[in-house]
Write a protein of this length. Structure first.
Length: 157
């Protein structure tokens, strides 16, 4: 998805995730199936120490964040050490752009299209989904329109 980076740099807007999440550390290797309001979005395998995050959306989708990336994206909110799932506040920001027919044309991609996510599993992006990347442009992934609007807002700096 490297072809989307120049577009995200030129036209993407900075967003902040505003809803707290639940997360837990993976104890063993664990496959995580991400299911959104649109159905199966992707799969990923958590390694011991990685975090499995559950969004507070209608779909309550779960996904994996690598152990080394997690502290840059989430901060522990509660200190209930006995709970398996703990509450975290998002601290990371992302650049995002809604996938329109005009944007897909600019990228020379037919909708829907499939691409390989940074974690090595395919993702399908369609009209009205959001293409998203962290400010260092290290990875690009998609977030479904409904889930994006349930959890992100434009950064007000």
């Amino acid at each position: 998805m490297a072809i989307a980076i120049p577009v995200l740099k030129a036209k993407g807007q900075l967003f902040q995730k505003y809803k707290q999440v639940l997360a837990r550390k993976a104890e063993t290797e664990e496959e995580v199936l991400t299911v959104t309001s649109e159905g199966i979005e992707t799969t990923n395998t958590a390694q011991p120490g990685d975090f499995i995050v559950q969004n507070p959306t209608q779909a309550k989708e779960c996904y994996v964040i690598k152990a080394e990336k997690f502290p840059n994206r989430y901060e522990l909110l509660d200190s209930n050490q006995n709970a398996e799932w703990k509450t975290y506040t998002p601290i990371g920001k992302v650049f995002a752009i809604e996938l329109t027919s005009e944007l897909s044309s600019d990228l020379d991609l037919d909708l829907p299209f499939e691409f390989m996510a940074a974690w090595g599993s395919p993702m399908t992006a369609d009209a009205e989904d959001f293409l998203v990347c962290p400010p260092d442009y290290s990875e690009i992934y998609k977030i479904g329109n409904q889930e994006f609007h349930e959890t992100y807002q434009i950064e007000s700096t």
